[in-house]
Every structure is written in structure tokens, then in C-alpha cells.
Design a protein around this ligand. Structure first.
Ligand code: MF3
Ligand code: CO
Ligand code: CO
Length: 254
């Protein structure tokens, strides 16, 4: 399938949805603390999105049961919010929000920390954010998608971490997941060339230990590190402009 070049009208719609996704993460940040369940946070996310004219895209997507993904510690991505999962001191977590507004999708995630976290966890989160920012710097018309994964892979490895290769970024906007697959580790200058009007996510998942993920056999979603070491992720939705890049899910708080 070809990579969609979005029209002005579509770009405007995707911008609105992306702003709501970012605002949802700003909103939920006040509630992320020790003692609350991830289901409690998911309920708040559901209501905030609904009250602001959106639909949480994960809910019912391929059978996903909740409105957001909340992934703690050794969970790489697609953690299912649950009343049994209670946040505690030292936890690190990613909250991933995707909104639909007027049919248009925006997708973003951030890391949060509970109380005092380990030096290793802090470094992992810092490096993962840098990986996203370095990936975004590679977005420019005529550049190849592979450059994104090249710089991310280099930075993660230089810090002794590994890059998850079983999950990728993706085109987004008219659907939740569109072409292309945006690899977070790839050879320089590989892949398609970027063109103005393309919209996609960059969402590196970086591990302290082994790169491999295993999916929970019971729930079919939760992706964990094989060695149970920590994993972190940040995600933005970005637009290729005539001169470079615009980050559509940026907010005052990230
Ligand atoms: N938001 C995730 C992504 O960044 C996808 C979640 S799919 C779900 O692509 F079904 F788990 F919500
Ligand atoms: Co995404
Ligand atoms: Co996402």
C-alpha cells in the first residue's frame, strides 16, 4: 500500500486530534501517583477524550479492551489497564493515547515515574526521549525513512541499550495504522523517501537488556521484555512539511 499524502483539510483535522491526544497526556499527568490503579487512569483518559469531542482509538481496536495502553517497567507496549495493577514507588510507565476526532487520528505517548526511580531507569528514560528527538530531526522531504532508525539505533547502542524491532512507528491520520512501517533500527538511507504531507509516528521502544519482546499468551496484547528488564518509550505524530517537520502532538509539557 502506498503512503498517503494528506490534503490540507486532512492535515487540519489530524492536527486537532493530535492536540487532543497531547492534552490528554497533560491532563492525566496530575493523577499518576503511587496507589492508583492503571484502570483508574484509563477511566479518566476515556472520559477526558469523550468530553472533548473525541473517541479513544484503542477501545475495541482488534479487540483491545481499554481506552489507552499503560505499560509498566518490563512491559514494552500494549499494557492493558487493570484494577489489579497499582502504581508503586520506583515504577516507570508509559501511557499511550490515540484519539479520533472527526474521523482523524492522533497518537502519542510519554513516560512517567513514581517517586524515586533507579539511576538506570532515569538514564533509560532520558536516552529514549533523546532517541525520539534524534529520529524527529531526520524528518525532511526527500530523506529516507531508514535514517530515522539509523540514528535511533546508534544512540541507543552508544548508551548500552537495545532497540525493540518487533514493533514499529506507522503512518497515521485517516486510520490508526497506515503505511509505512517506521523502523526504529534500520540501515542509513534505506526505505522510502519522505514527502510533504506524509504523517506518521516515531515511537522508539528502548530496552536495558535484550531487544526481544514476548506477547502475553493469556491476554494476547501485553508485550514484555524477554529478560524482564526495563523498557521505555516515547511517541510523537509528525508531519513532513515543505521545509522539514512539524510535531503535531507537542504540548506545553513535552
Ligand atoms: N498506540 C499504539 C501505537 O502507538 C497502538 C495501540 S493498539 C491498541 O501504535 F490496540 F493496543 F490500542
Ligand atoms: Co503509534
Ligand atoms: Co501510540
Amino acid at each position: 500500500m502506498a503512503i498517503i499524502i494528506k490534503s490540507k483539510k486532512q492535515i487540519d483535522g489530524i492536527k486537532i486530534s493530535s492536540k487532543l491526544a497531547a492534552a490528554t497526556l497533560d491532563y492525566i499527568s496530575k493523577y499518576v501517583e503511587a496507589g492508583v490503579s492503571t484502570e483508574f487512569l484509563d477511566d479518566l483518559i476515556h472520559d477526558f477524550i469523550s468530553e472533548n469531542g473525541g473517541i479513544p482509538a484503542p477501545l475495541g481496536y482488534r479487540g483491545f479492551p481499554k481506552s489507552s495502553c499503560i505499560s509498566l517497567n518490563n512491559v514494552i507496549c500494549h499494557g492493558i489497564p487493570s484494577k489489579e495493577t497499582i502504581l508503586k514507588d520506583g515504577d516507570i510507565l508509559n501511557i499511550d493515547v490515540t484519539t479520533i476526532v472527526d474521523g482523524y487520528y492522533g497518537d502519542t505517548s510519554r513516560m512517567f515515574t513514581i517517586g524515586e526511580v533507579s539511576a538506570q531507569a532515569k538514564k533509560l528514560i532520558q536516552v529514549t526521549k533523546e532517541c525520539l528527538d534524534l529520529g524527529i530531526e531526520q524528518v525532511q522531504p526527500k530523506k529516507r525513512f531508514g535514517n530515522i532508525g539509523f540514528v535511533i539505533g546508534k544512540h541507543a547502542k552508544a548508551n548500552g541499550f537495545s532497540v525493540v524491532y518487533q514493533f514499529c512507528g506507522h503512518g497515521v491520520g485517516l486510520q490508526f495504522h497506515e503505511d509505512p512501517q517506521v523502523n526504529h533500527i534500520s540501515p542509513k538511507k534505506s526505505g522510502a523517501r519522505m514527502k510533504p504531507g506524509m504523517i506518521f509516528t516515531i515511537e522508539p521502544m528502548i530496552n536495558v537488556g535484550k531487544a526481544e519482546a514476548t506477547i502475553d499468551k493469556k491476554d494476547g496484547w501485553t508485550a514484555r521484555t524477554v529478560d524482564n528488564q526495563l523498557s521505555a518509550q516515547f511517541e510523537h505524530t509528525v508531519l513532513v512539511t515543505n521545509s522539514g517537520v512539524e510535531v503535531l502532538t507537542e504540548s506545553g509539557e513535552n
